[in-house]
Design a protein around this ligand. Sequence first.
Ligand code: ZN
Ligand code: ZN
Length: 321
Amino acid sequence: MHVLRWNAVLRQWVAFSTDRQNRPQMPANWCPFDPGSGKVPDEYDVYLYPNDFPGFSPAADPFVPEKMPELFAENGPCGACDVVLYSPEHTLPPSQLTLENWRKIIDLWTKRTAEHAANPDIAMVCIFENCGEAVGVTMPHPHGQIYAIPFIAPTVETEIESARLHAEAHQGECLFCRLVQEEVAQRSRIISEDGYFAAFVPFAARFPAEVGLYARRHVRTLLDLSVEEKHSLAQHISVIRRKYDCLYGFMMPLMMVLKQAPLRDTEAPYHFHVQFLPLQRSATKLKYLATMETGYGSFLADTAPEEMAKQLRMCKPETSI
Ligand SMILES: [Zn+2]
Ligand SMILES: [Zn+2]
């Protein structure tokens, strides 16, 4: 079963890829991402590895956009899923990647986004990383993923709608540009900043130690970033990841989410940013998404964003911005 089904109650597509359940058990001590495995080049620094069990694939049925899908509508999961190998070193935590390494990863993300932008079947490119066993990652090898999907992800749709409402109420102003300006002016939640990017704990953060990293200039996707901005992005990602790992003294389980504007709807008001969503609410306690969050979509937070920002500012990895 490889199909999208319409959830008419939540108005969103759910991707079914049931053969993922039959993933072969891998031999112990063998990792397909290691040089010498026969699955990747014998030498690489960063590498794009096609997902062996993709939820979205170029060979799938085409996606036919519908304004009002039927109650039990199905659609084609046309798209692509790739794994981005950050490094050939199996046990290297992402916080230990060099700046040069992050720059190469950003270049790979950008190249893949450009390739998908040329494909009219792709609506948006989701670039993300699940890090740590708490997020269900069993493979320690440092890696992230790129999903190219044929519809706009529900959260991004909500964000676009918020930006649209804000622009209507404020003479066309970008909601995200305004947020960044206010955070930089107020300072209490800022983690790091330079002329190109600013990182802060959002005013109403939903996750403990959540950080938003925003381009200072109004840019929509990775494709709009200058060389200087890409360098700054690499520096900020590196600093944030190192701060997280020194916060409790171990690798922070987290989701890193790159948010890019839809590729086709060039009118959609959007602003490139990266979200870091950690799942550790203290040194010993994990944050579980339970009934209020998952069942009702309403988050309960138990750390003040200003206090968390202060703690993250105080975590000083060897180099910072
Ligand atoms: Zn490995
Ligand atoms: Zn903006």
